[in-house]
Design a protein around this ligand. Structure first.
Ligand code: SF4
Length: 231
């Protein structure tokens, strides 16, 4: 596990007017589980604008193939470094991920495989938070309109409940213009634009859907926000 140190966590980096955020349980320090740069970009800027002390935890062994994983992670590191936010690069233990979702390969997105996937990622996030003095965990996963917020919140709360004094923040990052800002920030930063959720099963299903509608298969590493008229 690698930790990249952030020097000034409250760097000014927002041009938006946002409501001031308040942490649950009078929390002091947040560990943000980040799934990707586009979704965490908005969450990061919103927390910074409210003066919240946070670090980024990148633990996503669900992402395949490895090239896609590296691209998503490096985009996240680039943005964290740009704004001096601590970035914790956790293990890519994909074998454990495959082990946990065994038998759930044909579940649809938002089904049982996704619950197991969120559980695994949040369990590691909660453990790291507990061991390193964070009292709140949160995730950028809920920002995607393809995700089920209740499913994500349930997994997050279950993970946090394992440790005394730790709470999962169920804030709805989509509201108050969050979804729109996510797109605007992604275009401003020209973030890599992933075209499937992350696992090989979501890639398979996305490609099936694209084939059925006459579209070409997903090409890894080619699409970036703001670089063509369709994004
Ligand atoms: S579709 Fe997404 S959330 Fe569901 S198992 Fe795959 S990577 Fe995880």
């Amino acid at each position: 596990m690698e930790v990249l140190d952030g020097a000034t966590p409250f760097a000014a980096m927002t041009e938006y007017n946002r409501p001031t955020l308040t942490l649950p349980n009078s929390g002091q320090k947040v560990l943000l589980h980040s799934c990707c740069a586009p979704c965490s970009g908005e969450v990061m800027e919103a927390m910074t604008a409210s003066g919240i002390d946070y670090s980024i935890f990148f633990y996503n062994p669900n992402i395949h193939p490895e090239r896609e994983y590296e691209i998503r992670k490096n985009e996240n590191i680039r943005f964290a470094e740009e704004h001096n936010i601590e970035f914790i690069d956790a293990d890519y233990d994909k074998d454990n991920w495959f082990e946990r979702v065994k038998g759930l390969e044909n579940e649809p997105e938002r089904g049982e495989r996704c619950t197991v996937c969120f559980d695994m990622r949040f369990e590691r996030t909660a453990l790291y938070a507990y061991e390193h003095g964070f009292d709140v965990i949160v995730s950028s996963l809920g920002l995607s309109r393809w995700k089920d917020m209740n499913q994500i919140n349930g997994c997050g709360e279950r993970a946090a409940a394992r440790y005394p004094g730790l709470v999962y923040w169920t804030y709805n990052w989509r509201k108050g213009g969050g979804s729109q800002r996510m797109i605007e920030i992604s275009k401003r930063e020209e973030f890599y634009q992933q075209e499937y959720c992350g696992c090989i099963y979501s890639l398979r299903d996305t490609n099936r859907h694209r084939r059925a509608s006459g579209r070409p298969a997903v090409e890894i590493g080619v699409k970036f926000y703001g670089r063509d008229s369709s994004s």
